[in-house]
Design a protein around this ligand. Structure first.
Ligand code: ATP
Ligand code: MG
Length: 292
């Protein structure tokens, strides 16, 4: 399949009127815990389960998802907002039929938009809601006010943590920050956690248990455990080769763990919440409403 054909597959308009994508915002307290690897590899596994998946890279500057996917997008979100590009121009074809949108120079840039630009962006995101089943947003390291706005506007957050003590305290600090805002409770945002880089099943359970206990007790927030991804040298080798592990090493332990999590995401969590997705257009609209 050539590049153009793959892109057509991604942007195939199925005219699903009113269809809204499920938006999963991937974040963490501490940087470098595996957000981008989780975003990319989960996207690939979900795509293999016949979902139309688009990754939106909100981790500006470092562009690490692009590097991992081995693609160089011609245009980014800024081109869509400021230079009148169409959605087709900014969705790049990634491997395995996934789509990719580069965030350009930043979420922060979005804070200065005028009304027309906001409306246009929301309209484009609504179009994107029709062509994607799932949008995975990879946020950058650190808790900037724009990342907080994005999380508060999301209905589903995927929190990545590792067993390192600093990762756990930083994850707690992130949730504590979110709890300062009424919107966090009002929107009943779903927090799903993944334990990454664990050395056993038990280490994953223990990590979730520790965090869940303090979060319940002090913040009165419910978290769900999605599962663990083992520490895997194959994943690191894949990163060095600038390829997702799910492509380089189909039988690696982390590849299999990503599939289990994808299956759980697909079957388990949406059904159990019964919540309706606001779609990407809804998330962006909310985010502008908060704009701090
Ligand atoms: N399951 C794993 N096993 C082994 N190493 C891992 C695993 N997950 C991530 N890593 C290592 O951690 C590094 C950082 O991962 P990644 O870039 O996905 O983190 P990130 O949270 O997106 O970082 P940033 O906060 O800088 O965006 C990877 O390059 C890899 O070497
Ligand atoms: Mg990253």
């Amino acid at each position: 399949m050539d590049q153009a054909e793959r892109l057509r597959n991604i942007v195939k308009k199925q005219n699903k009127k009113g269809h809204l994508a499920r938006v999963i915002t991937v974040t963490s307290g501490k940087g470098g815990v595996g957000k981008s690897n989780v975003s990319v590899n989960l996207a690939i596994q979900l795509s293999r389960l016949n979902k139309r998946v688009i990754i939106l890279d909100a981790d500006f500057g470092l562009a690490n998802v692009e590097i991992m996917l081995g693609i160089r997008p011609k245009y980014n979100l800024s081109d869509l907002i400021f230079r009148g590009m169409d959605l087709e121009d900014v969705v790049s074809a990634g491997p395995e039929n996934i789509g990719f949108i580069s965030g350009g120079s930043g979420l922060r840039e979005l804070t200065n938009l005028n009304k027309d630009q906001i409306q246009n962006l929301v309209r484009m995101m609504y179009e994107l809601d029709h062509i994607a089943d799932i949008v995975i947003i990879d946020t950058g390291a650190g808790i900037s006010s724009s990342v907080v706005d994005l999380i508060l506007a999301s209905s589903e957050v995927l929190l990545v943590a590792t067993p390192e003590p600093t990762s756990i305290t930083d994850a707690y600090a992130l949730l504590k920050t979110l709890c300062r805002y009424e919107e966090f409770y009002e929107n009943s945002i779903r927090i799903n956690m993944i334990a990454n880089r664990t050395h056993s099943y038990y280490e994953g359970e223990e990590l979730f248990g520790k965090l869940d206990t303090v979060v319940k007790k002090f913040l009165h927030v419910n978290m769900e455990y999605l599962g663990y991804i083992p520490y895997d040298e194959k994943l690191q080798k894949a990163v060095m080769r600038q390829q997702p592990v799910t492509i380089s090493y189909p039988n690696a332990v982390s590849t299999r763990a990503m599939l289990e999590i994808a299956l759980f995401l697909e079957n388990g969590t949406e059904v159990s919440t019964g919540r309706k997705s606001r779609g990407l257009s809804g998330v962006i609209t909310k985010m502008f409403r908060y704009g701090r």
